[in-house]
Write a new protein. Sequence first.
Length: 162
Amino acid sequence: MASAPNLRRARLFVRQRNRVGLTRAWNSLPRIIRMTIAAIGAYWIADSLLGHTQPIFAATSALVASGFGTATTMRKVLEVAVGCTLGVAMGDFLMHWWGQGLWQAAAVMSLSLLVARYLNSGPIFSTQLGMQSALVVLLPISVDGPLPAPWMRWWGSAWRSC
């Protein structure tokens, strides 16, 4: 059975953790609202106005670009947008030749990360390029089906979803 001092320490820890967590969440509320509006707005624009089916890349990119970092800069936004666009392009192009599956996703992600690190030193750029290229290979092809050439699907999805 737990001793009284240990139980008191545990309760104090839980109270302090709860207070810090509630304060952090409350102070983050304005940014949480902006992030939600950006992500859902990007999804809605890509879906309703541009006609893209299930534009998950749009919501992901908007969320990452407007995230909890200390400063949302133009460089960060561009790293997300260009990284996402190139990631979708690489994933789509390589999936056209290699197909879909786990080894294909691993190969696509590795190659994408190598290209990303060659092109740019930004961690967000590299993460976006690698993640989006692997998602293209791992996610099921949309009900619209792939377009005949990989660059055609990329062209449409890149401009509609990033």
